[in-house]
Write a protein that binds this ligand. Structure first.
Ligand SMILES: N[C@@H](CCC(=O)N[C@@H](CS)C(=O)NCC(=O)O)C(=O)O
Length: 206
C-alpha cells in the first residue's frame, strides 16, 4: 500500500516496519492538508477504518469520561514503559470489528495545544436530548462542556449535540458515525488510502 501511495504522490512520513517496542507493522502517510494516517498491517476486518487517535493528559479521567458520556468500553489497553506511553482503545465492540478511539497518554504530558483544523468525531444516538443529559453529568464530574445544545441543524433533518471532552477534544452525538476534519481536497484522500466517497453535502450558509 505504501508503494501505491508513494506512486500517487503521497508523502510517507514513516517507512513500514514494526512499531517501537512491539511487532505490529505500521507506516505513516500524510494527506495534502497535513493530516497523518497510520497504516496498520493486519488481517482483513469488516471495518478497514481502524482507529482515531487522540492524545490525552489524564488517561483514567478520559476513560471514565468516554465510559460515562458515551457508553464506550476499554477494548484494549497497552502500556509501553520503554516508550513512555500508554494507550487505551475505546469503543462499542472489539477493535477487530469496528472503528475505535485510541486514547494515548504520554508520560508526564498533561496538556496539548490544538490547532483549528480538527473538527470532531461523531457518534450516533437515537435521542440527542437524552444523550445531552448524560454527557452533561459526565462533563460536570470530569471536565469538558456542551458547546451546542441539542437540537436540529438548520436546513437539515438531523439533530445534534456538540461537546468537549475533558481535554477539549470535540465530539458530536448525531445519527451517523463520521469523523470530520477540514480538508483541501477529498479526491486526493480517496486516492491516497482508497477510501470511497459515501456522501458529500454542500453547506452554502456556513
Ligand atoms: N509519543 C507517541 C506515543 C504513541 C505512539 O508511539 N504510537 C505508536 C503506534 S501505536 C507510534 O506512533 N509508533 C511510531 C514508531 O514505532 O515509529 C505519540 O504521542 O504519538
Amino acid at each position: 500500500m505504501v508503494e501505491d501511495i508513494r506512486a500517487k504522490g503521497g508523502t510517507i512520513t514513516r517507512e513500514p516496519g514494526p512499531v517501537k517496542g512491539g511487532s505490529t507493522v505500521i507506516a505513516f502517510v500524510k494527506d495534502p492538508t497535513g493530516y497523518v494516517f497510520e497504516l496498520i498491517q493486519r488481517g482483513s476486518t469488516p471495518e478497514p477504518l481502524c482507529q482515531v487517535m487522540l492524545r490525552v493528559g489524564d488517561l483514567e479521567r478520559s476513560i471514565k469520561f468516554y465510559e460515562k458520556a458515551l457508553g464506550m468500553k476499554v477494548v484494549k489497553k497497552t502500556n509501553r514503559p520503554e516508550q513512555k506511553y500508554t494507550i487505551a482503545m475505546m469503543g462499542y465492540a472489539p477493535k477487530e470489528e469496528t472503528t475505535v478511539l485510541e486514547l494515548t497518554y504520554n508520560y508526564g504530558v498533561t496538556e496539548y495545544t490544538k490547532g483549528n483544523a480538527y473538527a470532531q468525531v461523531a457518534i450516533s444516538t437515537d435521542d440527542v436530548y437524552k444523550s445531552a443529559e448524560v454527557i452533561n453529568l459526565a462533563n460536570q464530574e470530569l471536565g469538558g462542556k456542551i458547546t451546542r445544545q441539542p437540537g436540529p441543524i438548520p436546513g437539515l433533518n438531523t439533530k445534534i449535540v456538540s461537546f468537549l471532552d475533558p481535554d477539549g477534544w470535540k465530539n458530536v452525538s448525531v445519527l451517523v458515525l463520521f469523523l470530520q476534519v477540514q480538508v483541501k481536497d477529498c479526491k486526493f484522500l480517496e486516492l491516497l488510502v482508497s477510501l470511497c466517497l459515501v456522501k458529500k453535502t454542500n453547506f452554502p450558509f456556513r
